[in-house]
Design a protein around this ligand. Structure first.
Ligand code: FPP
Length: 246
């Protein structure tokens, strides 16, 4: 909940759907996995750029609940790529004071990835630089259902009355509990949809769709997106006149 965000001219929290790796590879006559590797390089640069620009929180959508239905070979290669990339990058992220967290349903992930995620979260837990959230096996609907299940369990145990459930209690059970909502949502790759990303948290985000394929997204395009955001007027349901009156 961050209804006080209307006065923030600069985004505190950016969330990104990194789309277009496959097309980037196809345009170069390369296998899809080469696109995903280039996608990891782009993610690394954007993480650095966000750190340099004092962005507080960056949430990246790396693998959705729906991505499990891709061909098995692609899923296997992606999982391997996540493990390798994390192993390679975690010390550097730590040195740069990045706090890493993963969102999503870990139950179906390979054990090597779960271990790597857990150790990276532990290592970087007290860092006070950029808060980097990476959504893996994540779906906005999954997140909402999990929250509902957790609340229902508390009701069943008698810890909570149904009438006590409000937006604050509900959002406290979501993956991004306690984290300011994304101010800016960016999707690369030309498609204009949310694809089951942070359904609750994006309620008042500003949306920016870029035709750039994710591996081509860089600090210049990030700056353009931030500039675009700073030109917008966020109303959070109020009228323009109310905002002008302060
Ligand atoms: C989207 O392109 C990419 C994915 C679903 C795969 C995962 C993302 C990366 C490897 C980028 C960075 C990762 C990390 C760990 C932060 P697509 O395959 O949907 O492309 P297409 O729409 O052109 O086929």
């Amino acid at each position: 909940m961050n209804s006080d965000n209307q006065s923030i001219a600069y985004p505190r929290h950016i969330s990104i759907v990194m789309d277009g790796n496959g097309r980037w590879a196809r345009q170069r006559g390369l296998p899809r996995n080469a696109g995903h590797r280039a996608g990891v390089r782009a993610a690394r640069k954007v993480v650095e750029a966000c750190g340099e620009r004092d962005i507080e929180i960056l949430t990246l959508f790396a693998f959705s609940s729906e991505n499990w239905s891709r061909p098995e070979t692609e899923v296997t290669l992606l999982m391997r790529l996540f493990v390798e990339s994390l192993q390679r990058e975690v010390q550097d992220l730590h040195k740069n004071k990045v706090r890493l967290r993963f969102l999503g349903d870990r139950t179906s992930l390979p054990i090597a990835l779960i271990r790597q995620m857990e150790s990276s979260e532990r290592l970087t837990a007290s860092n006070e630089g950029l808060k980097l959230n990476v959504a893996v096996s994540y779906g906005g609907r999954w997140d909402l259902v999990e929250a509902a299940r957790l609340l229902a369990t508390r009701v069943a145990k008698g810890e909570l009355q149904p009438e006590q459930i409000d937006e604050a209690l509900f959002s406290a059970e979501l993956s991004l509990a306690g984290v300011a909502d994304p101010d800016l949502f960016i999707r690369t790759g030309g498609e204009k949809r949310v694809s089951n990303f942070l359904l609750w948290n994006l309620a008042y985000s500003e949306f920016l769709f870029s035709d750039a394929l994710w591996p081509d997204f860089d600090s210049v395009l990030l700056d353009q997106a931030i500039d675009d955001f700073t030109q917008r007027r966020r109303r959070f349901g109020r009228t323009t006149e109310q905002l002008s009156a302060g």
